[in-house]
Ligand binder design. Structure first.
Ligand SMILES: C[C@H](O)[C@H](O)[C@H]1CNC2=NC(N)=NC(=O)C2=N1
Length: 92
């Protein structure tokens, strides 16, 4: 079982562009087109499957909002931070 992170650990480990929202971390990625957002979401889905750790993604025109939490642990864990950082890598 992955341990739930403390408030201090969460603050320290938040990847660039991500914010904490209760037991979730969230980032809204911006794109020049809807299809660019779809492409990003597809790539993120592949990373999620690889990690067997799945975000909530809301796709709208020019934006993809991504939310992560560890359901099995009932809070935020290293799995969330690691996957968020990997999402940043395919965005930049
Ligand atoms: C059985 C359990 O739901 C699975 O092992 C995985 C699936 N994907 C998951 N995704 C997220 N975000 N949290 C989980 O706890 C989780 N668990």
């Amino acid at each position: 079982m992955t341990d739930v992170l403390s408030d201090e650990e969460i603050s320290e480990q938040l990847p660039d562009g991500w914010d904490r929202d209760g037991d979730e971390i969230v980032r809204t990625y911006e794109f020049d087109s809807y299809l660019d957002g779809i492409g990003f979401a597809s790539g993120a889905a592949g990373l999620a499957e690889e990690a067997w750790h799945h975000p909530e993604m809301t796709i709208t025109w020019g934006e993809v909002e991504v939310r992560l939490t560890t359901h099995d642990a009932g809070g935020l864990t290293a799995k969330d931070m690691d996957l968020a950082a990997r999402f940043n890598e395919i965005y930049d």
